[in-house]
Design a protein. Sequence first.
Length: 155
Amino acid sequence: MDAIDAFQDHYPDNVAHCYGCGSQNPHGHQIKTVWDGDETVTRFTPEPYHTSVPGYAYGGLIASLIDCHSTGTAAAAMYRQAGRDMDSLPAFRFVTGSLHVDFLKPTPLAGELVIRGRVKEIKGRKVVVETTVSAGDVTTARGEVVAVQMPENFG
Ligand SMILES: CCCCCCCCCCCC(=O)SCCNC(=O)CCNC(=O)[C@H](O)C(C)(C)COP(=O)(O)OP(=O)(O)OC[C@H]1O[C@@H](n2cnc3c(N)ncnc32)[C@H](O)[C@@H]1OP(=O)(O)O
């Protein structure tokens, strides 16, 4: 992975083990998300073992990318709204309250996927994020995530 200053690089170590986005999980996707204007973007290239139908990506992978891209977007949006650096404390930690995915087209397994997010709403501890997954010019999936700031007593 190139050295980019991604949202996930600022997650405190104690919450950096998520399978989708944790930099401390060697078996996970370790996605990296950055701002692109008012949108957020993650680039991810699936592996051959992410197969559903041969040649196409597994829907669970797509959902996972939308999930963690969106929770990362939620955290970054809260920092941006507060005018705070992502390393500043207390940390904004978000978990997924709901995850809706529409699979619009088969997602090819070969090549890079571009995941883009847009904040639809910020209200209290809740951030609603709309996210798309594209392969080349084709949007293959669209999702909406309700991300909720993790309670102190999570679990
Ligand atoms: C920088 C470091 C980053 C570090 C980040 C590292 C972590 C990465 C996580 C990656 C993503 C995951 O896979 S996370 C793992 C999967 N998710 C989970 O295990 C979460 C399990 N669920 C829960 O713990 C809970 O249900 C919560 C925290 C999600 C919500 O409970 P709560 O805290 O009591 O929330 P509550 O006050 O009721 O609601 C707050 C607002 O959210 C809305 N809301 C709550 N749940 C839902 C829901 N399912 N669907 C729609 N909306 C909902 C409410 O309507 C309300 O909106 P309004 O009335 O104010 O409008």
